[in-house]
Every structure is written in C-alpha cells, then in structure tokens.
Design a protein around this ligand. Structure first.
Ligand code: SAH
Length: 241
C-alpha cells in the first residue's frame, strides 16, 4: 500500500540514497503525523520521479529517509506559464496554489500600470507551491519567479510563447480558437483588479505572439480569471485532453 504522505525535496533521489529532510518536514512527520522511524513516505524532487523511502532517523533538528524503490517515473510537464498581476491579500497565495494544482510549469508575477501589490513574499509563495504539489500529486513544483514588468514580456528577445491575453474589454477570441493550432509553449496573462490600461491593451494586441481571449460575458475577479483561464487551456491544449 503506497503511503499517503508526499514530500518535496531538493536533493537527488535514487536507489538507497539517504535524503535529508528539513526541520519543518521532520517536525510535521514526528509531531503532527507522529510517524516512527521506519515509516514509509513518498519523496519527489521534480527530476527523478517519485520514490518510496523509509525514515531512517527522526528528531528535532531534522530527519533522514532512505530511498527504497521508485514508485513513479518522471513525466514531462506541459510548457504552460501563468503571467498574472499580483492582487491584494492572500488572493495571490491562492492564485499560486490553484495554478500549481492546474499544472503550470512557471508562475510569473507581472507588474502592470494598475497593479497595486508591488512587493511579493516569494519565499511564502514558493512554499505554497510546494505544499500544493505535495497535495495534488504532481512530480514537480512550478517555479515562482520574481515580479517582472509587463513590457519586458513583449521584448522581441524574450522567448517565443503564445500569450493568451485575458482581455475583459474589446473583441477577443475563445481560448479554444486561440489554441487551435496547438502551439508548443503557452502562457495565460491576467490583469490586476483595475484591469489593463488602453495603452497596455494596444501594445499587447500589437504583439505577434499575443492572442486576446475572452473568459465569458461576465467580469471575473482577477483570481477567478486565472482559475478559469488555466482550466480552459488544460482542457483544450494541456494534460486534461
Ligand atoms: N477593472 C476591470 C476588471 C478587471 S478583472 C473592469 O471592471 O472592467 C481582472 C482581470 O481578469 C482582467 O484584467 C482580465 O485579465 C481578467 N478578466 C476578468 N473578466 C474577464 C473576461 N470576461 N474576459 C477576459 N478576461 C477577463
């Protein structure tokens, strides 16, 4: 019977490898789950698949586990990025958690003219992504990048990626139409509570790799737009098909 507890670790995984767990993980295993030494856990690092490992020692400072057998081989990830304008409160944390569950590879906060939140706690967002990966069964944790400017996205030197620009104003196509030619690399771009400015909209629409998309007849909150947009993308292009 496969253990239920999955832990993300940075170190390499392989037959008989001894993996050090950090103090937070040791505390959780010993004092929350009350697992004794010898208990089995599942480890993944985003590179070596998933391994069943046995806790060889567990204490206040940390714990160690020895890899016993590989339970899942590493699978490739959909080349999907979320480009989103951070929003107030813990909604940004929720966007990171939901984007992870929805299978993005990279989460890139984008500062637009009307973005109110300009400072992000990246460490907290990254641990939120790791927790979501442990819970939802993925074999990787999406990269959470530092905030970037909207215009740097349109820099011709930037890598070519089909950017689906969620545009709440103006004519825009469906996500299914925008992905009909099955591009290799995709990103969803959503704006802040105040939306995009006309100038931003014009620049985005002028870019050859941007496609304006609509998310239905109602104005969604910024966080809802990320959930809905990523779901539609996964359904017509990603790993839900
Ligand atoms: N202040 C704007 C709404 C911004 S909603 C207004 O009141 O009109 C925040 C972001 O969610 C938008 O910038 C857009 O990226 C996305 N969004 C919300 N509803 C959408 C829709 N129906 N179609 C496309 N994008 C939408």
């Amino acid at each position: 019977m496969k253990p239920s507890q999955r832990l993300y670790v940075a170190s390499d995984l392989g037959q008989d490898r001894v993996v050090a767990l950090d103090s937070g993980q040791a505390h959780y295993l010993a004092h929350v789950l009350r697992l004794p030494a010898g208990s089995a856990v599942l480890l993944f690092n985003g590179r070596d698949g998933e391994w069943l490992a046995h806790l060889s020692q567990i204490g206040k400072k940390g714990a160690e586990a020895v890899c016993a057998e590989q339970t899942r081989t590493q699978t490739p990830i959909c080349d999907l990025d979320l480009l989103f304008a951070p929003v107030k409160g813990d909604r940004t944390d929720t966007i990171v958690e939901k984007a992870t569950e929805l299978g993005v590879a990279r989460i890139r906060p984008v500062l637009t003219e009307r973005t109110i939140v300009r400072k992000l706690n990246l460490e907290r967002l990254r641990s939120r992504a790791a927790e979501a990966s442990e819970q939802c069964g993925t074999l990787f944790v999406p990269e959470v990048h530092d905030a970037m400017s909207l215009m740097s996205l349109l820099d011709p030197k930037a890598e070519v990626r089909r950017i689906l620009f969620a545009d709440e104003a103006g004519d825009a196509m469906s996500i299914a139409e925008a992905l009909a030619d099955k591009p290799a690399r995709v990103a969803l771009l959503t704006g802040p509570e105040g939306g995009f400015t006309p100038g931003e909209r014009e620049k985005l629409r002028a870019s050859p790799w941007v496609r304006p998309v609509n998310l239905g007849p109602r104005i969604l909150r910024a966080d809802t737009a990320t959930f809905a947009g990523l779901t539609l993308i996964q359904n017509v292009w990603g790993d839900w098909t």
